[in-house]
Design a protein around this ligand. Structure first.
Ligand code: SF4
Length: 257
C-alpha cells in the first residue's frame, strides 16, 4: 500500500528524493506541523469518560453540537458512567439530540455501558488494562463503533499508543501521494492510513508514541481546518514544501467532499 513499493519500482517521489519514503515524509510532516502550530494539547474534554462520550457523539456532527449535548448531560448529572447508567434510553436520546442521530447514538452509548458493567465490573480502568489489540477488537464489536471511534477511545481515553486517522489525514496522504493506491473512504483505506502513521513513528521511543500519535492527529486536524479542506489552499501551508517535493500540487488541487 505504500507508494513506491506496491508495484515493485520506485515512485516518482522516491526518484526525486532517494531514501525518503512515505513514512519518513509523514514523520517530517509532523515536524513541520509542530514548528508551525506548536503543542496542541488535545482532546477537548475533561475526563476519560467524557472523551468516550465525545467520540460517539461527534460521528457525522460538528464539535459545537457535541458540546451542547455534553452540556445537557452535565446539567442532568449524566456525564459519568454511573450517571449514564441511571438515566433511561429515552432521557438519553433527549439529552444528546443536539448532536444528531440521537436514537442510534443513545443505543450505542447504552451498549458501551452494558459492556463495561457486564465484562469489566463497571470499571473503565479494568477496560483500559486489556491488551491493545484485544481491546480494539472488542470495541469494534460494539454497535456504533468503527475504527476511527475505537482508536479515538483507545488513544484519548484509555491511554493506548495507537495511531488514528480521519478525513483530514486521508486528504493529505492522497494529495501528497503517500499511498498507492490512494486511501479510500472505507475501512481498508482507514487501516492503510493508521499503518502508514505507525510506520512513520516506529523509530521514536515506545514510551513517547501515545503522545506523538495524540499530537499528530491534532496537528493534522489543525492543518486540515486551516488549509487542507475540501479545497486545498496550499499557499502558506506548512506542508507545502513536501507537496512541492512530490510534484503533485498541480495534479491534486482538491479532492472529494
Ligand atoms: S493544503 Fe496543500 S500543501 Fe497543505 S496539506 Fe493540503 S495538499 Fe498539502
Amino acid at each position: 500500500m505504500v507508494a513506491g513499493t506496491s508495484h515493485g519500482s520506485p515512485s516518482k517521489l522516491d526518484q526525486l528524493n532517494p531514501g525518503s519514503g512515505p513514512a519518513e515524509r509523514l514523520r517530517r510532516a509532523h515536524g513541520l506541523l509542530v514548528a508551525a502550530y506548536g503543542q496542541q494539547w488535545w482532546w477537548p474534554a475533561q475526563t476519560p469518560f467524557e472523551v468516550i462520550l465525545g467520540a460517539y457523539l461527534t460521528q457525522n456532527t460538528a464539535w459545537r453540537a457535541v458540546e451542547r449535548s455534553l452540556e445537557n448531560l452535565r446539567d442532568a448529572g449524566a456525564l459519568s458512567l454511573s450517571g449514564l447508567r441511571s438515566i433511561s434510553i429515552e432521557q438519553l436520546q433527549e439529552l444528546i439530540r443536539p448532536s444528531g442521530f440521537a436514537t442510534r447514538k443513545a443505543r450505542a452509548l447504552k451498549a458501551f455501558v452494558s459492556m463495561v458493567d457486564g465484562e469489566f465490573s463497571g470499571s473503565l480502568e479494568a477496560l483500559a488494562a486489556v491488551p491493545t489489540s484485544d481491546l480494539r477488537a472488542r470495541l469494534l464489536k460494539l454497535p456504533g463503533v468503527g475504527p476511527e471511534t475505537a482508536d479515538a477511545m483507545l488513544l484519548y481515553a484509555l491511554g493506548h499508543a495507537v495511531p488514528m486517522a480521519d478525513e483530514y489525514l486521508r486528504r493529505i496522504v492522497e494529495r501528497h501521494r503517500l499511498l498507492n493506491p490512494a486511501p479510500s473512504r472505507n475501512r481498508r483505506g482507514y487501516e492503510a492510513l493508521v499503518e502508514l502513521t505507525a510506520q512513520a513513528f516506529s523509530s521514536d521511543p515506545a514510551q513517547d508514541r501515545a503522545k506523538l500519535f495524540n499530537e499528530f492527529h491534532a496537528l493534522t486536524v489543525a492543518v486540515g481546518k486551516a488549509h487542507c479542506g475540501r479545497t486545498a489552499r496550499c499557499a502558506g501551508c506548512p506542508l507545502a514544501p513536501d507537496l512541492e517535493l512530490a510534484g503533485a500540487a498541480s495534479d491534486h488541487p482538491a479532492t472529494g467532499p
